[in-house]
Design a protein around this ligand. Sequence first.
Ligand SMILES: Cc1ncc(COP(=O)(O)O)c(C=O)c1O
Length: 423
Amino acid sequence: MELEKTSKPDLKNWEKNLLQRFSQYKESGLKLDLTRGKPGTEQLDLANQMEGLLKGKMISLNGTDLRNYGGQDGIPEARKLGAEILGLSESEVICQDNSSLTLMYLYMLHAYYHGSQGPDTAWNSQGEVKFLAPVPGYDRHFAICEELGISMINVNMLDDGPDMDAVENLVRNDPMIKGMWCVPKYSNPTGCIYSEQVVDRIAALGKISGPHFRVIWDNAYGVHDLFDNPKELANVMDYCRRHGTEDNLILTASTSKITCAGAGISFLGASEKNLQHFRKRLEVMSIGPNKLNQQRHVLFLKNIEGVRAHMSRHAKILRPKFAMVQKHLEEGLGDKGMGSWHNPEGGYFVSFDSIPGLATEIIRLAGEAGVKLTPAGATYPYGKDPDDKNIRLAPTFPSVEDLDQAMQVFVTCVQLASVQSRL
Ligand SMILES: Cc1ncc(COP(=O)(O)O)c(C=O)c1O
């Protein structure tokens, strides 16, 4: 039944049935959680073999004692692995400890206070710094800007990446816009892959921006395909080289959702000139990363082919979970005009847009019925979704059975909030 075309008496009846179902859920004492964008235990188990791999291998092939201090850039073998994942050469990649978010944070601090190319280039010496935030997007990117006092400007995400007409217009007319967040493959949360044309236009932004503009290319889901023969993401550094904008690009990735979410290795890629400056921060911060963990990762994953083979085992676990979410959305909301959603081919999320103004209420209802959802607004800077419509669903951590239940509740709550809003 389509919401728009339903008569008032039918809506009343519909509401009555939904309320009945809703109170059954409430009484059944469910405790389900769709907020956690983290790997499930079964996925983590795929990397259990890593545990014993270091036996007799704590000295690297070139004689470096991996147990000791030093090796600021990470071990060469791990840098090579990162370079293959990011599509760069080894000299453009450094490998660090478990979190790429830490590297993004550090890079932003570096560019803001110290200057990406020396003290004269520090953003904070140039006025009020602004950043572009494709929305919906990743809350932790936004948190970094918020903490630094960098004001964010929303730009809509389209099916092929950020709205580049809007981006170019903003960047061209405001030299204090110093950068832009990007999750180019299986974007968090919409799951879109930036098209080649969008990648090219992003690579060219350094030609129309103010000085020291940085695209933060967070390729967190670069190898997280759900299906064989996935769409390829264009190599952004190749485009930057063509435009002469290599210095305007910072790339990151990690093995957080390849091996162990809390004990992986991370990569930062950039032009050699950018890396030279960034190293100064690393040198103050530590006397070298955890090289044993890097060695363990190289022994386990070996190279990009090894990564892809491993990720296909993740995909096998994840496909039924994503399929369960889609099944409920299609069956429960398919023909009702109560929202729209994405059907991603990889990544960690499903992005749902309710009828504008209803996300907060849907999330409140779901919470009451025992299903925790990511707070409304979380996918927008400052936690403010101007249309109060986006809800990020994270299907990776719960079991397929729990997802089945949680999605029934979710669909009921979307229907209930939508019907009540019509009444
Ligand atoms: C887009 C994006 N970037 C980065 C991260 C965090 O990565 P890491 O574990 O390497 O810090 C996440 C985790 O959810 C993410 O979704």
